[in-house]
Design a protein around this ligand. Sequence first.
Ligand SMILES: NC(=O)C1=CN([C@@H]2O[C@H](COP(=O)(O)OP(=O)(O)OC[C@H]3O[C@@H](n4cnc5c(N)ncnc54)[C@H](O)[C@@H]3O)[C@@H](O)[C@H]2O)C=CC1
Ligand SMILES: O=C(O)CCC(=O)C(=O)O
Length: 394
Amino acid sequence: MSTFAIQTLNAISPVGLQRLDRDVFDIGTDIAEPRALLLRSADLHSVEIPDSVYAVARAGAGTNNIPVDRLAARGIPVFNTPGANANAVKELVIAGMLLAARNLYHAADYTRDLVAGRALSGKDLDKQVEAGKKQFAGFELPGRTLGVVGLGAIGVLVANAAQSLGLKVLGYDPAITVERAWQLSPQVEQVTSVEELFSRSDMVTPHVPLVEGTRGLVDAHRISLMPEGGVILNFARGGVVDEAAVLEALDSGHLHAYVNDFPTEAGAIHPKVIALPHLGASTGEAEDNCAVMAVDQLSDFLLHGNIRNSVNFPEVVMARTPGTTRLGIFNQNRPTMIGQITGVLGEAGLNVAEFTNRSRGEYAYTLVDVEGEVMDDLKQSILAIDGVVRARKL
Ligand SMILES: NC(=O)C1=CN([C@@H]2O[C@H](COP(=O)(O)OP(=O)(O)OC[C@H]3O[C@@H](n4cnc5c(N)ncnc54)[C@H](O)[C@@H]3O)[C@@H](O)[C@H]2O)C=CC1
Ligand SMILES: O=C(O)CCC(=O)C(=O)O
């Protein structure tokens, strides 16, 4: 059996890595010709990805750090791990709401300064604690309204948790899946526009991927629709929020706080901003879950050509037919491709035992198990078909 070299570009939980059989997989940070890249937040946009690479796996949800479309054009699937870190993010969002509502961040700074800065102790400390606390009086969550934009793995968990804490919850997601709709608490009210959501929400939390359509989703106009004293939470991506607009609304007093996971130079030092160092998925549990899912999907693809949870190719999973050789073929999604592929197999005198082909957008993927001996030059004949971008014999 051949050995697959997997290059890790970030720290990946050993709970995931130890699932890879070391007789079959080499794993390292410095590999000249990797078969696969395994990463978390490493930015691949300006990295040259060698032709040796068959697949890229993101141990996490967001794939905006990966040139997904360019890799699709080269027949390289990008995998992610939907839902594997959703609970970790949900818990941080709930913590963020409470940090903002009860002014906890500033309150803790205040008490630290009483001792570390002003050296108060004993009765003096007690007196100053009681005198100073009124400036941190906050508000409670029941009766407030939370708007959740994006009801995917994270948005649904946040909406349901907020509902159970007594908040009124509004949700907006024009492309919600049936699975997520079933998971959503029936008390969450669906709104039909982002503007309605902002105008009725005391707090807004986007849980959408960063793509062109969601860049700057939280902007000056939408913030202006919110009631006075609103809170924006951002555990999606920095670019989803127009931060300059948020800072202006904080300065004018229209917004009360901005809690986010993506610090910038201006935001991190603003007194009404709570900026966390991209901690959403940083729990042992989430790191293990993501690593296990990413590794399992990657090894199934490298060994068997199966594609699960790819963001640029369709789901294609086929049980292996005993006594056959498998071919995995990436091609452009256009007419006659299937006929041409099976034509090449027929000309080579090969009988097809199992065949599956699915398309997604501009590209398609075929798995075919063929009987008999498959010569190496067959792969070349398949690659010679106009529109085939990559082929593997497995
Ligand atoms: N802070 C952190 O450490 C983490 C951040 N994230 C971020 O959260 C994002 C969401 O993660 P998941 O919930 O797991 O993804 P998901 O794919 O399960 O859900 C995203 C949802 O957003 C919806 N959506 C897309 N565009 C929309 C729009 N314009 N308006 C309303 N809804 C829209 C989709 O229909 C989908 O239901 C990730 O893409 C990532 O950027 C994810 C994990 C950890
Ligand atoms: O790996 C991480 O810590 C970041 C997680 C994240 O942002 C994601 O899953 O999209």
